[in-house]
Design a protein around this ligand. Sequence first.
Ligand SMILES: [Zn+2]
Length: 58
Amino acid sequence: MWKLKSCPRCKGDMLINEDMDGWYEQCLQCSCRHELKELAKSKEQFVLAGEKRAKSDV
Ligand SMILES: [Zn+2]
C-alpha cells in the first residue's frame, strides 16, 4: 500500500507496511517512519463489519 507525497519531512512517497507492533509508514526518500495505530484500528472494524454482513446474507 502506498501513500504518495505524504511524508511530513520531505513530502516523499511513503510505503505502508505491517510488523509485530502493527502498521507503520516509511518514507522511501528520507527513511523517516511512524506508526499507524489508527489504521490498524479501522482495519479491525472493517473486518468485523465484513463478518457481520456475510452472516446476515446467509
Ligand atoms: Zn521523507
